[in-house]
Design a protein. Structure first.
Length: 82
């Protein structure tokens, strides 16, 4: 999930606690899901601002994004495994 801009280690852990493990799950979120999860993460509006759903759709299709490529290259410290 950390290949999505805005999902670092902490948000990934929180999403896992909700049972969200796959890009296709985020890709299928409704407006209500976005509001609830945004509130749960204590970042209302962030999911829309950072366009998590569009990113998740691309990643679920096996495509990539510029941000995902930066993560894969190790250029995004907040998305590292440590």
């Amino acid at each position: 999930l950390k290949l999505i801009r805005g999902v670092g280690r902490q948000n990934e852990q929180r999403l896992h606690a909700l049972g969200v493990w796959h890009f296709d799950q985020i890709a299928a979120w409704s407006v209500e899901n976005v509001k609830w999860v945004g509130s749960y993460l204590a970042f209302p509006g962030r999911i829309d601002r950072e366009d998590w759903i569009a990113q998740a759709i691309r990643l679920a299709r096996g495509e990539t994004t510029a941000f995902a490529e930066r993560v894969k290259q190790g250029d995004v410290p907040t998305s590292s495994a440590d």
